[in-house]
Design a protein around this ligand. Structure first.
Ligand SMILES: Nc1ncnc2c1ncn2[C@@H]1O[C@H](COP(=O)(O)OP(=O)(O)OP(=O)(O)O)[C@@H](O)[C@H]1O
Ligand SMILES: [Mg+2]
Length: 480
């Protein structure tokens, strides 16, 4: 008999005939087989192994399948679970997938199908164990809400600004591309202010039509317009002495801009249809991804209001300008999302982190967060690797085969690709980052060979690696 050194298989099924058949089948391959007919017994036996393939019946006499799955997941070891069930339904499938199950097989068992699932399991466990050294541990989830991550110089400046402005009551204009964290920064300012226990009220000026926005902001008295059945307080009143966050302020009509300007000047306002003057005590924070200065020049935004709302301004950088923050953001989001969806993900492979750091992220942090959420939901086991991200990045058309990167693969292609549909020009920085990443991957992270190919010195390569956030842990690199 051929002896194969492979992970043990733990079969947990109350159907004794199935256990016996599978045991005989797999023992022929020389694999250690352990069987159990009850959940508690199965879990007890499983504990002995650090790595194992678990064949699990979802309906057991003493426990619910999903509960067992969660327990297996929480043990935090290298287990790969194959579910077998006679009662497939969407709900249990979804729950099983959420618990990180490896495969799903229906009864009656097709032995070929099961064998193929076991092969997948072995492949999965082997890759994972080999890759252990190059995995980065996911940190514990921070209990702080609205935590702003980032240690790049540019983000340190942002944090300093947040600290400085939070203790005054001045208006702050937060600008930056979509998904760069404008709202999060507004919340952080509020939370570090003296009035943190007062309300933080957010109004998105782009989602409400103009006359409704006016009543939304200032409130209205009963009967002031059709539909005003009751008197309603506006956001200025609700914000009390807290913060009123005017998101996408560039979308506000010029007419309403004039009214807002008056409130900022006089610190007083009237409800729509009302006569009484009400006090505006809140601090105003605004945000936009538009170029307000240009809008002022074009007569689309009132100059006076512009200067009133941007007594202080904070400009948030796009993610591609602070790629060195990406590794921390990845680990932070993995920890957060895994907790939210009840997964035990303990590692992210170094290779995956490097790859994520080399993407362009046109949708900034929100896009990165979305990709990680998907990867976490769809993951199996306790480690996220390239396999988990590649399909998602492909879907988002972020993968390296963008026209700008094919340009340096075959030089003369570039001028032609410029006229092709879908071509997106890249900055020199982006091209450089892309090329460094690819060369490092090509040399299997050998810095010396990478320098030779790129024709640059080691210190220069090190600086670039840092600048573009490619370095996350020294153990990935082979140093000579
Ligand atoms: N520095 C950061 N650390 C951790 N998470 C962040 C950071 N910046 C942003 N995020 C997260 O990224 C997502 C997008 O942030 P946010 O909604 O604040 O962006 P935005 O600039 O307001 O985007 P939009 O212009 O599309 O409204 C949020 O889930 C937020 O929690
Ligand atoms: Mg926003």
């Amino acid at each position: 008999m051929e002896t194969v050194c492979a992970e043990p298989i733990v079969i947990i099924d109350d159907d004794k005939a199935i256990c016996r058949t599978l045991q005989l089948h797999f023992e022929r391959e020389g694999v250690e087989i352990v069987t159990a007919h009850y959940a508690h017994e199965g879990l007890e036996k499983l504990k002995k192994f650090d790595s194992a393939i678990v064949i699990l019946d979802l309906r057991l006499p003493d426990a619910d399948g999903v509960d067992i799955l969660k327990k297996i997941c929480d043990m935090g070891k290298s287990y790969y679970t194959i579910i077998i069930t006679a009662f497939p339904n969407m709900e249990s499938t979804v729950q099983a997938v959420q618990c990180g199950v490896g495969d799903y097989i229906h009864k009656p068992i097709d032995i070929n199908e099961l064998e193929s699932a076991v092969r997948n399991a072995r492949e999965f466990l082997t890759v994972k164990d080999e890759g252990r050294d190059a995995n980065i541990a996911v940190p514990p989830v921070s209990s702080r809400k609205n935590l702003l991550m980032g240690k790049s110089q540019i983000m340190k400046e942002v944090f300093k600004m947040v600290g400085m402005v939070s203790l005054s009551k001045s208006t702050v204009l937060i600008t930056g591309e979509s998904g760069t964290g404008k709202e999060l920064v507004a919340r952080a300012i509020h939370e570090s202010s003296y009035n943190a226990s007062s309300p933080f009220i957010s109004v998105n000026c782009s989602t409400i039509v103009d006359n409704l926005l006016e009543s939304e902001l200032f409130g209205h008295v009963k009967g002031s317009f059709t539909g005003a059945i009751n008197t309603k307080e506006g956001k200025f009143t609700l914000a009390k002495d807290g913060t009123l966050f005017l998101d996408e302020i560039a979308e506000m009509s010029v007419n309403l801009q004039a009214k807002l300007l008056r409130v900022l000047q006089e610190r007083e306002f009237e409800m729509v249809g009302g006569k009484t003057k009400l006090k505006a005590d809140c601090r105003i924070l605004s945000a936009t991804n538009k170029n307000l200065e240009q809008m002022v020049k074009d007569g689309e935004f009132r100059e006076e209001l512009y200067y009133r709302i941007k007594v202080i301004s904070i400009q948030l950088p796009p993610l591609k300008d602070r790629a060195e923050d990406i590794p921390d953001l990845v680990l932070f989001f993995v920890a957060k999302k895994a907790m939210e969806v009840g997964r035990n993900i303990r590692y992210v492979s170094q290779e995956a982190i490097n790859h994520l750091a080399a993407q362009r992220w046109d949708g900034n942090i929100r896009q990165l967060e979305n990709v990680i959420t998907h990867a976490v939901i769809m993951s199996r086991g306790d480690t996220l690797t390239m396999k988990n991200f590649i399909p998602l990045l492909k879907k988002q058309e972020l993968i390296e085969s963008k026209p700008h990167s094919s340009a340096h693969a075959s030089g003369h292609d570039a001028p032609f690709s410029a006229s092709r549909e879908g071509y997106k020009p890249a900055s020199l920085n982006e091209v450089e980052k892309d090329q460094i990443y690819k060369t490092l991957a090509y040399t299997k992270w050998h810095k010396g060979k990478t320098c030779d190919i790129l024709g640059i010195t080691r210190p220069r390569l090190d600086r670039k690696i840092k600048k573009y956030g490619i370095l996350t842990s020294s153990n990935h690199f082979r140093d000579n």
